[in-house]
Write a protein that binds this ligand. Sequence first.
Ligand code: TRP
Length: 334
Amino acid sequence: MSAPVIFSGIQPTGRKHLGNYIGAIRQYVEGQERGEPAIFCIVDLHAISVAYDPAELRERLYDTTAILLAAGLDPANQCVLFRQSDVREHTELTWLLSAVTSHGDLNRMHQFKDKSMRQRELVSAALFFYPVLMASDVLAYRATEVPVGDDQRQHVELTREIARRFNERFGETLVEPELQVPEVGARIMDLQEPERKMSTTGATEAGTVYVLDEPAAIRKKFGSAVTDSGREILRGEEKPGITNLIDILAVARGVGPADIEREFAGAGYGDFKKAVAEGVVELLAPVRERYADLRPDEAALEATLAAGAEKARAIASPILEKVRDRMGIGVPAR
Ligand code: TRP
């Protein structure tokens, strides 16, 4: 089998949490080894679909770039890392693909429904079009594999549907990508309300561990994590709090959840929570330290993004040419 073309996009927010780290960022770093190429895009154009501040967006974009580099992305040798808006092919393809996107499908997107309910002022047309832009991100590179959190499942399904419809209508051109969610840790839950996903919007502050949290803050959050009745350290539907902590420690240590259950059989909740905190501190501390070194040099971050955009464009541009030609748009190709 040939090597996968891996593509993923990440929102430009500085407050990346443990759920983002485990569900997405860690998979990116792993994907660099396999991807041929592995392409990662910071999606500033998606960020403008909800209320935002322009100056703030720039800051958060640098934050995200520095976090990704600190986590181990290596754009000099192993991946393509760029800012979405630098590669105009994405916006052009969005319009072209909107011609084969069903309005009804867009209307059924859970994320659109959730986000539009949360908007206090404008529910923008951009929010409605968000999934078409996301499909364009992926399809512009003929990506075969999309590592994302579980919440993006429906968007990746729609991406496949758009590719399918394009190919049926205009001939085999685009590639239907496979969704890739991590086996363990696809759903990291809020430490205070383990029925809810850890998230930047709508979760509890005390139950959300940020990648850039100081060790003391991490220890405090795990110390007050909600556990369940009973005293066994075992996964189970009636034990969402403990299950979440088991998954987190398993990922932090790079072992399976059953290994964690075995190791902590007979231990108390208090000791277990301490061990999870230490595991997460060890996982995140090096990222935080490297981030502190990288973030101040915005010129260097810009240079990295510019080099990435050039590589990305070199891949997307010929694919766009093909799409335009198939659709009968522009000067005919010979
Ligand atoms: N919608 C994704 C999220 O919120 C981000 C994203 C944008 C993305 N474009 C993408 C993810 C392309 C995967 C592929 O997490």
